[in-house]
Design a protein around this ligand. Structure first.
Ligand SMILES: [Zn+2]
Length: 483
């Protein structure tokens, strides 16, 4: 795609931690309040105030670090990052520079061709959110004025910085999805991208294939949609190559992604780390973590998506792909397992979860927590199928009704008269009528056109409104048509 060039993507993922209060004060850490309602002198950084570190935030970053295979530094400290920007009322942000809590981790991702790939994580550090601007007009680049909301100032964030291991949009998206999935599993964040709980700064560079030097990079800040990131990652390297091929130079800087125009737009040229003038935060002492405390947190980690996926394949015998899709979402995996506990046919259950269940969730855009029926109801429906009470075709109707109303499958079958017709004499009567009504088709069949068989099946199903036992219809029809 990139003819002779290779792209390299660096991702800095910011994730808002789900603590009750902010990172250095007692203000509520809550989305959606009236602007500037959750503020106090500490999070506004007024002179003379002293920040106090929220222990829960430390617990959460350590949990994230362990889940992402990092080394946990037992000696860590906070630093001040000084810069002037309109969304920063204090003119500094408390972050971490040389001694972050977590370093040197990795995650495994699965690519579409089935291959596994390891993506390194350089570091994960803890910092406060600097705040939020609401831009008037169409966007940040063209805005006349901006409104500041300080509610988000002091929200605990972790920043997960990747190694330059990512070389395609597919790998980048798989990595982002894996990180999101793991953080949801361990419950440190809801990772809701639409509310900004998870967003990414995306660095993109290109270099001639085989080169051991990275090209000059451009950065897209605060991306909060997988779709937009994917589109930007398809566009930006091509733009850079075009510049290079025409003898130009890539200017290091921050871009913004214009989704409507489908292109990147320059915003400002890039500052380097030394431009931020980091220095140790004078109001916070270094944090010393006890190894035993860290091990205690390790013990609270749940089974993570990779382990769960492996177990589904090995113990439940479901295909690797199904296992990957189901385990990517903890709620989905929990739901699946709850059905498996009630009904011992994991493959059938995975088919329903991957098929009609996912389709309806999508169509109705609801989450699994909002689903009206219980896992046991799906198990019950599958039992009705196994017993032959309903056909697989009718099961689809039952399932949709269950999804729409939350009613029990027995009740639905009863109320809608959906019981399968498996009575031989009753089916024979219906089939005789179908044949009598379609004499010319019968002649066709007997004249050698065996394709007409499907037509007779269809007519019989129509006559029984789909309730005939398909296996029996097949057998009786064949006998009768052969004469
Ligand atoms: Zn506060």
């Amino acid at each position: 795609m990139l003819d002779g060039y290779e792209m390299t993507v660096g991702l800095e993922i910011h994730v808002q931690l789900d603590t009750d209060t902010k990172i250095f004060c007692g203000c509520k850490n809550e989305f959606g309040a009236e602007p500037n309602n959750h503020t106090c002198p500490i999070c506004l950084g007024l002179p003379g105030t002293l920040p106090v570190l929220n222990e829960k935030a430390v617990e959460y970053i350590v949990k994230a670090g362990l889940a992402l295979n990092c080394e946990i530094n037992t000696f860590s400290k906070f630093d001040r990052k000084n810069y002037f920007y309109a969304d920063l009322p204090k003119a500094y942000q408390i972050s971490q520079f040389d001694l972050p809590f977590c370093e040197d981790g990795h995650v495994m991702i699965q690519l579409e061709d089935g291959a596994d790939m390891k993506i390194g994580i350089t570091r994960i550090h803890l910092e406060e959110d600097a705040g939020k601007l609401n831009h008037a007009g169409e966007g940040i680049a063209s805005s006349d004025s901006s409104l500041v909301d300080y509610n988000r100032v002091g929200t605990p964030l972790i920043e997960i910085v990747s190694e330059p291991d990512i070389h395609s949009p597919e790998q980048a998206i798989a990595y982002l999805k894996k990180i999101k999935s793991i953080l949801e599993y361990i419950g440190v964040s809801d990772c809701d991208m639409s509310q900004g709980s998870m967003r990414a700064d995306v660095n993109i560079s290109v270099a001639p294939k085989g080169s051991d030097k990275l090209g000059t990079r451009t950065e897209l800040k605060n991306m909060n949609s997988f779709k937009a990131i994917e589109k930007a990652l398809k566009y930006e390297p091509k733009r850079q190559i075009k510049v290079l091929e025409s003898g130009g130079e890539i200017i290091q800087g921050t871009l913004t992604w214009d989704d409507e125009a489908g292109k990147t737009i320059p915003m400002r040229s890039k500052e380097e780390a030394h431009d931020y003038r980091y220095f140790p935060e004078p109001d916070l002492v270094p944090v010393i973590l006890d190894q035993e405390w860290i091990e205690g947190i390790r013990e609270t980690l749940p089974e993570l998506p990779d382990a769960r996926q492996k177990r589904y394949v090995e113990e439940l015998g479901i295909p690797e792909y199904d296992a990957m899709v189901i385990t990517a979402d903890r709620e989905m995996a929990d739901f699946f397992e709850a059905v498996v506990e009630e009904h011992n046919d994991a493959k059938a259950i995975s088919n329903w979860i991957m098929g009609d269940f996912s389709r309806l969730l999508n169509e109705e855009s609801i989450t699994i927590a909002e689903v009206k029926f219980k896992p046991a109801d799906l198990a019950k429906m599958l039992k009705l199928m196994d017993e032959g009470t309903i056909s697989s075709k009718i099961a689809k109707t039952v399932f949709e009704e269950m999804f729409a109303t939350g009613k029990d499958p027995d009740t639905i079958v009863e109320e809608k008269g959906l019981k399968q017709i498996s009575d031989t004499s009753e089916l024979e009567k219906i089939i005789d009528q179908v044949i009598a009504d379609n004499q010319s088709a019968l002649e066709d069949y007997r004249g050698g056109n065996k394709n007409v068989f499907g037509f007779f099946i269809g007519q019989t199903m129509k006559a029984t409104r789909g309730k005939a036992n398909p296996g029996m219809v097949n057998k009786i029809l064949r006998e009768k048509l052969e004469g």
